[in-house]
Every structure is written in structure tokens, then in C-alpha cells.
Design a protein around this ligand. Structure first.
Ligand code: AMP
Length: 588
């Protein structure tokens, strides 16, 4: 397939942020795409080469790309840097430069999507001392044959700056329309995606074997399953109302969710956002096979830092010391953990997703043999508010965050949030009712002691319908100096020249970030706001919702993807809840 078709399509997509238009462009692109390249196209349009869990990173630095442009165009590095500085986008700068060049040279050979993809793949796999030279050779050979528009997109993919603003749901809508004639069939695609976490594979399957093929998708060992999520409740009574007469309550431990894929001595660990995190937990890899009494299994657990002397659970932040590339062995002894199992998704070659909670829990207890390191998460069957309250108190006394409540007769719903699981957190007694997980979308430079850091951050909720990140508050309190330094390190590489099209904010920030990082905040109240965009026009026309007196809690939720942040639905519920409390107290 000619790469120019893809470049033209990307060019159109870059010019809009409207979901319907994007879907239409995607449908047109998929219809022109031969089946054998469709998976590649699906990865490329998300700026990837393979699904995230395979961890393939392109990792090309700007300097190297500039050298490659210079090599293939014969234009001095300095001139390219000047052009780059003008617009801040190297892809665009390259297209301007190559535009001048093509006027003076012969027409180039057509390049194909296959060739670009394969070359990018080779670049991603290069390692070692000579890799920089080799990378440069590969890049300049592509640029030699690319027209200016193609070159600009090749560079954007290489540098990780391709920002088409296309969410997975939009890709699935377009695939359903292009290959089954109706958007309604997205549900079937979603199921396949939820069990495989591989959108490229879903695309290839629907293109080659239609919906029947997609319906046959099954869980595969060592391919992560998208996790099931919980809705929140604010009180024991609300939980009983939603859960019925009898249900399970489990401790909600404050650690990192880990999906373990185990077969014999082989163990692979995935985070909640499906990143391969095996290297952070060599202790799990070593110790867990002994505890598993099955040929193979996929299990879910919460890895929690503990105080070795008292056995008490420690907060999530302690675990973050393990997020390092070097000296991990030292971190393992300094920050010991236990692995607390709460679900089983696959066992001895068969999926357990359709089994109800009760049967899964029974199986889990049989398969995981408990020891000092591997535990079953504490669970009790509860029937009423009093039972919940007692168990909640126990859980909080042992250092956990609250409870997870789970319906006994329901299956595991991969990739979705629903009422089958509810979370009841300790903070439900604080002023707002709960903490919120918010996406950092913008930053404001600090003054005084905070000079050189982002002193204030602009935060957003996730709008599930529009698939956008809607501003909800600016937060400047609750940060220690250490927090600010750490946030700067994380956020600086996410700075963008142009606001990402999925960000919905009227407020102007000093810098915009890729909407990727999630942090936790509390606030005293949710108010109507003329400026902020969260839940705009829902409660009142021309007004959004905003947080009053927001404060950072100290928790950077690196394990969460932006789409896992608090949604506008949740904020609306909290807003209505606080009105009800005020009403009950005769305050309004
Ligand atoms: P939240 O991050 O507040 O949305 O809560 C969901 C998270 O709680 C999950 O992603 C897990 O990391 C964690 N968690 C702790 N204990 C449990 C449990 N017993 N069952 C399910 N998730 C749990």
C-alpha cells in the first residue's frame, strides 16, 4: 500500500478534532487498506508499532532525526534547526525543507506502508554502540524517497509526536462501520479487544474473517486482559441498595494492581494500564511459581509494600521506589511487599471470565497456596450495612484504603466499569465525599521557591462520551518541594507545542501537556463554573463544574491511564450528592 495514502489521511485527521469526522476519515482509510496491512495501520495511527504490552519503543532523539534530515537533503544542520525553532514541530520543519529540495531534484520512488513500517521496526530493535549510526542510515534512506508530507509523518511517528487525537473507541467504531456495515457491532469488537488488548489483531481479524472471526476471540496466556473496574459508592447504605442481600467484601489494598501470567517457572507481570512491569518485581517472578498449583494461570493481585516487622500494609507511594531501571535488587530488599490475590481469569488452558465471582474465588483459593509472600486478599460475605461497617473498620485498621464490594453471581467483565464491583473508600467521610483522580493537562510556571518548576497544574476529568479531557480546576496546594521536582521530571517530556485536540479547556496554561499523567486530589466542594469544561451544560446551560479549594494528596497515580481518571459522570454524582447532604441539613 502506498504510504502517500496514509500520509494524506493523517493530514486530514490532524485538521479536525470532531469525533464523527475522524471516524469518517478512518472508515475511508480502512476501506482502501489491503487486509494484510491493516494491523500495521492501526498501530501507526496510534503512534505505535505493536500493542503497548509488547513494550516496543522507537526512542529516536531529535538530534539524530535532524542529522538524518540533513544527510538526506544535503541541507546544513543549522538551517534545519532554525526552521524547527520557528514552528516547534520537527516533522513540519522537515516537510518545509524537503519541499525546497524536491523542486530541484528528480522525482523520488514511491514508498509503501510496509517499507516504512519494517524500517521503523528495525530502528526500534537496534541496540548497542553502532545503533545510532544505523538508525540514522535507516531514517535518511526513508526520507530520501519520501515526499515532504510523507517525511513529516515519518518523523512524527519516529519522534512520538504524532497527535491525531484518535481514541481506541473511535478506531473500533470505524472498523465496525467499514467491515460490518454498522457501528452497533462495536460491542463485539470491544469484547475481542478487552480479552486481547491488541487492537491491531482485532482489526486484522474483522478485515479477514468478519464478525464471526472476532466473536471467536479468546484469552491468550501472556497477552494481558483489560482489567475490570469498579464504580464508587459513598456509604454502606448505598452499597446495600445497589448490591442486594448478600455479597462479598474484600479489603481494598493501596498498592499496585498486577496481572500475573504464569506457566511453570515463566511469569510475566502487567500493570493496570497493561505495561509489562516484570522488571520491577524480580521477587514476584522468583517466588510466585512455588505458590501456584496449576499448569498455567492468569491471576490478579495487589502488590503492597509492607512493614516487615509488623506486617502492616504501607501506602502506595512506598512502592514507587521500585520504579527504577537500576539497582532494583536493592529496592527489593528495602521495600518488601506481599502479593495479595483477588481474582483468577484463566486456569489450565481455560478462560475463567464467564465463571461467577463465587466460583472464581473458590478456584483462586485452591490454586494459590498461601505463604508469607503470596496471600488471598481478606474477604467476607456480608449482608447488611453493619456487616460492611465492621469489615471496613478491620480493613482500615490494617492499613488498607477501604473495601471492594463484589456481586457473588457475576462474571468478570474485562475492560469495563460497572455495578458488579463497587468501591467504598475511607475518604467517603471527608468534605467532598471522595478523592478524585485527575489528568494533568497544563502547567503554570512557579514563582519564588517554585521558580523553574510548574507551581500550579491544570487538571481535567475524563469525558467518556466525547472522549476528551475537560478542565475542572487549577491546583497549587498540597505539593512538597520533592513532589514538584518529581512532577517536573515526569511532565517535562510531555510538553506539547500545540494543545492536544482531546483537551477541552478555555483556560490558557503556560504549557500544555500530553494528557497522560493522573494525580489524586481532594477538594472542599464542587461548584458551578463559567470557565471550566467538566460536565459543561449538564447541570446548567453554559456552566461546567469546578473543584473548590482543590489540594494534591501526594499521590501520583502512575499506574493509571488518562482514560482511567474520574469521569464527568462521577463528578456529577458527587455534585448531586453534596447538594442532597446540604438539603438534608437544611442548608439550602
Ligand atoms: P481505584 O484505583 O480507586 O479506581 O480502585 C481500583 C483499584 O483498587 C484496582 O485497580 C486495584 O489496584 C485496587 N484494589 C485493591 N484491592 C482490590 C480488590 N480487593 N479487588 C479489586 N481491586 C483492588
Amino acid at each position: 500500500m502506498e504510504f502517500s495514502i496514509l500520509a494524506d489521511s493523517f493530514n486530514k485527521m490532524e485538521s479536525t478534532r470532531k469525533r464523527l469526522e475522524l471516524t469518517q476519515y478512518l472508515v475511508e482509510l480502512f476501506e482502501k487498506t489491503p487486509h494484510e496491512v491493516i494491523s500495521k495501520i492501526v498501530y501507526l495511527l496510534q503512534g505505535k508499532l505493536r500493542p503497548d504490552f509488547e513494550g516496543i519503543e522507537l526512542g529516536v532523539a531529535e538530534k539524530l532525526a535532524i542529522r538524518a534530515i540533513s544527510k538526506s537533503s544535503g541541507i546544513p544542520i543549522k538551517k534545519i534547526e532554525d526552521e524547527y525553532r520557528k514552528g516547534g514541530d520537527l516533522g513540519h520543519a522537515a516537510s518545509v525543507i524537503l519541499e525546497q529540495k524536491t523542486q530541484t531534484t528528480f522525482l523520488v520512488e514511491d514508498i509503501t506502508v510496509e517499507r516504512v513500517y519494517e524500517t521503523l521496526f528495525k530502528i526500534a530493535n537496534l541496540e548497542g554502540s553502532r545503533s545510532q549510526d544505523m538508525k540514522m542510515k535507516y531514517i535518511s534512506s526513508l526520507l530520501n524517497d519520501a515526499n515532504p508530507l510523507e517525511a513529516s509523518f515519518i518523523l512524527k511517528i519516529l519522534l512520538g509526536t504524532l497527535r491525531l487525537g484518535i481514541a481506541e473507541n473511535t478506531v473500533m467504531d470505524a472498523l465496525a462501520i467499514a467491515f460490518s456495515g454498522s457501528k452497533e457491532n462495536r460491542k463485539i469488537l470491544e469484547h475481542a479487544y478487552n480479552v486481547s488488548s491488541d487492537l491491531g489483531k482485532v482489526a486484522e481479524t474483522i478485515a479477514t474473517s468478519k464478525l464471526e472471526g472476532v466473536e471467536k476471540f479468546e484469552v491468550i496466556l501472556f497477552n494481558p486482559i483489560r482489567p475490570m473496574l469498579a464504580d464508587r459508592v459513598k456509604s454502606e447504605d448505598e452499597a446495600v441498595e445497589k448490591m442486594g442481600n448478600e455479597f462479598a467484601a474484600e479489603y481494598k489494598l493501596d498498592g499496585e494492581r498486577v496481572q500475573l501470567h504464569v506457566e511453570g517457572e515463566k511469569v510475566v507481570l502487567f500493570s493496570r494500564s497493561l505495561e509489562n512491569i516484570s522488571s520491577y518485581y524480580p521477587d514476584i517472578i522468583e517466588k510466585i511459581p512455588k505458590a501456584i498449583q496449576a499448569e498455567n494461570a492468569i491471576l490478579e493481585a495487589e502488590a503492597v509494600a509492607i512493614n516487615e516487622n509488623t506486617g502492616e500494609f504501607l501506602p502506595f507511594q512506598e512502592l514507587m521506589h521500585r520504579r527504577r531501571k537500576y539497582k532494583i535488587e536493592k529496592a527489593v530488599t528495602q521495600y518488601p511487599i506481599t502479593v495479595n490475590f483477588f481474582d483468577i481469569l484463566y486456569c489450565n488452558g481455560k478462560s475463567c471470565l464467564q465463571m461467577d465471582y463465587k466460583s472464581r474465588r473458590d478456584k483462586l483459593e485452591k490454586i494459590v497456596k498461601e505463604d508469607d509472600y503470596a496471600k488471598h486478599i481478606p474477604m467476607a460475605i456480608v449482608k447488611n450495612s453493619n456487616d460492611i461497617e465492621d469489615f471496613l473498620e478491620n480493613s482500615i485498621n490494617s492499613g488498607s484504603e477501604g473495601l471492594m464490594l463484589k456481586m457473588l453471581d457475576k462474571p468478570y467483565q474485562a475492560g469495563s466499569r460497572g455495578n458488579y464491583w463497587l468501591k467504598l473508600k475511607r475518604e467517603y467521610r471527608n468534605e467532598l465525599g471522595d478523592s478524585l483522580d485527575l489528568v494533568v493537562i497544563g502547567g503554570f510556571f512557579g514563582k519564588g521557591r517554585r521558580t523553574g518548576n510548574y507551581g500550579t497544574l491544570l487538571l481535567a476529568t475524563y469525558d467518556e462520551d466525547q472522549d476528551t479531557f475537560t478542565s475542572i480546576c487549577k491546583v497549587g496546594t498540597g505539593f512538597s518541594d520533592e513532589d514538584l521536582d518529581q512532577l517536573y521530571q515526569i511532565l517535562n517530556p510531555k510538553v506539547t507545542i500545540k494543545k492536544n485536540p482531546r483537551i477541552d479547556s478555555e483556560m490558557e496554561a503556560d504549557v500544555w501537556f500530553e494528557p497522560e499523567l493522573v494525580i489524586e486530589a481532594v477538594a472542599s466542594e464542587i461548584t458551578l463554573s463559567p470557565i471550566h469544561k467538566a460536565a459543561r451544560d449538564t447541570i446548567r446551560k453554559d456552566a461546567g463544574l469546578a473543584l473548590r479549594f482543590p489540594k494534591f494528596t501526594g499521590k501520583i497515580r502512575v499506574e493509571k491511564a488518562a482514560e482511567d481518571a474520574s469521569t464527568n459522570e462521577e463528578v456529577i454524582t458527587l455534585f448531586k450528592g453534596q447538594k442532597k447532604v446540604a438539603h438534608d441539613k437544611n442548608l439550602i
